[in-house]
Design a protein around this ligand. Structure first.
Ligand SMILES: [Zn+2]
Length: 438
């Protein structure tokens, strides 16, 4: 089926253009043509601008169900009183519901791709398949970062042997190799959640399957000291010594890196999934983004889990990425809107290996329409800067993923939002940290 989208403005590599029709076919952008005439079947996006959909490079979808439970705790208290006990309460249906809930909110906020760094594996792939199924139903593009975890201090359901984790991850990657809207990539959890053998195994799966791998690294200050004590090197040096620091690595957070570690990430071609709001929310610190960019590190943006942010919007992360560097460097020009926007769109897609994040022929038809009548986009000075710094999530009116119109006039077309929220309320009824199992 061919669709012709006719917005007032469309953002291309050549900037904002008017008088264009975006032709969508088979999930991709087939052409970007001048409007010569309008057909009755054209989708008229009058008063709207069309942008590439945003890419959420790091999330834990089930955590949306934990939002608000331990918001003002320190990280260790949150982990022990909220994350561990409440993640034990979720059966497969609960996991799928949490995923659908997070995907719905992300789509409504203009995110067309989500990485779900998923670790409630229960010694199998069925829970991950339930998340993949939820993504398909709600209509978001998914990269399931299939976690490989063997630190025994965490709930049993996170943990597997190295051999099982590698075998199951490989099987899941293969099962979705031809999937149009869902992919699987390995994710050895972190230097503290995965043993050296597990990290190596994750890297090997990435190498043989020719996909990236995801790993949390240097999020809190304590991690560097712990990795140094346990493995004799700070996190990036440790990963380099393991032989996994390279172009397939997507490090998540990277808050506590010294100059040499930043230089090594650049030299080895590693990438970063940066989660500025989460880093603020958890009191982690400020990642040195301009330095990482200067070293040649590719950087995408992530929201992190819904209970560590607590918003799910990549547009929000663009704004936060820029503001945080300004306050760190006392410099209003530290990270401009164009760079922040690129991190949340094309850079994110590129580092995940997706043909998206840009509106041009051949790219995936993952698109967002914003309402130019929204007050937050006035006055009409520099529209891209307004999108990054001023736009309200209310302005997101329509979203397409793989050419499927999944949000229309601010409403999901794929699932009943009221029913979804009712199910979330039902599942979480009575939850509070005083009712936690431990
Ligand atoms: Zn994370």
């Amino acid at each position: 089926m061919t669709q012709r989208l006719v917005p007032d403005l469309v953002l291309t590599d050549a900037g904002w253009q008017s008088g264009r029709v975006v032709v969508v076919e088979g999930g991709r952008i087939a052409a970007l043509e001048h409007v010569h005439r309008v057909w009755p079947s054209d989708v008229m996006l009058t008063g709207k601008a069309l942008l590439p959909g945003t890419v959420n490079a790091h999330c834990h979808t089930f955590q949306s169900l934990l939002r608000g439970l331990g918001d003002d705790l320190d990280f260790m208290s949150w982990r022990d009183r909220v994350l561990y006990p409440f993640s034990e309460k979720l059966d497969r249906a609960g996991i799928a519901l949490g995923a659908a809930f997070a995907f719905a909110e992300l789509l409504l906020h203009g995110a067309t791709t989500c990485v779900d760094f998923f670790y409630l594996n229960d010694d199998g792939n069925e829970n991950a398949e339930a998340v993949i199924d939820a993504a398909r139903r709600v209509g978001i593009r998914l990269v399931l970062a299939r976690t490989m975890y063997d630190w025994e201090g965490a709930p049993r359901r996170y943990c597997e042997t190295v051999a099982d984790a590698a075998r199951r991850t490989r099987a899941l990657v293969a099962a979705h190799a031809g999937d149009a809207t869902a992919r699987v990539q390995p994710a050895p959890h972190s230097p503290h959640g995965a043993s050296p053998a597990m990290i190596r195994a994750g890297w090997e799966v990435a190498e043989t399957e020719q996909v990236p791998f995801h790993i949390h690294v240097a999020e809190g200050r304590y991690e560097g000291q712990r990795t140094l004590a346990e493995h004799g090197a700070t996190p990036i040096r440790y990963l380099d010594a393991l032989g996994v620091l390279g172009p397939r690595m997507i490090g998540v957070h990277g808050v506590w890196l010294d100059d040499d570690e930043i230089a090594r990430m650049g030299a080895r071609g590693a990438a970063l999934a940066y989660c500025p709001s989460s880093n603020m929310f958890l009191g982690d610190g400020i990642t040195r983004i301009p330095e990482l960019l200067a070293a040649g590190v590719r950087i995408a943006l992530g929201t992190d889990g819904g209970s560590a942010n607590n918003r799910l919007s990549v547009f929000e992360e663009m704004r936060m990425a820029s503001l945080l560097q300004r306050v760190r460097l006392l410099d209003g020009s530290a990270l401009d809107a164009e760079r922040a926007f690129a991190m949340g769109t094309r850079a994110g897609a590129a580092l995940l290996g997706l043909d998206a994040g840009v509106i041009e022929p051949g790219k995936l038809a993952d698109l967002v329409a914003v309402n130019l009548e929204d007050p937050s986009l006035h006055p009409r000075t520099d529209l891209l800067k307004s999108v990054v710094y001023a736009m309200s999530p209310r302005a997101v009116s329509d979203v397409w993923v793989h050419g499927r119109h999944v949000v229309a006039s601010g409403r999901l077309t794929t699932v009943d939002e009221r029913e979804l929220l009712a199910r979330v309320l039902e599942l979480t009824k009575g939850w509070s940290i005083s009712t936690a199992a431990r």
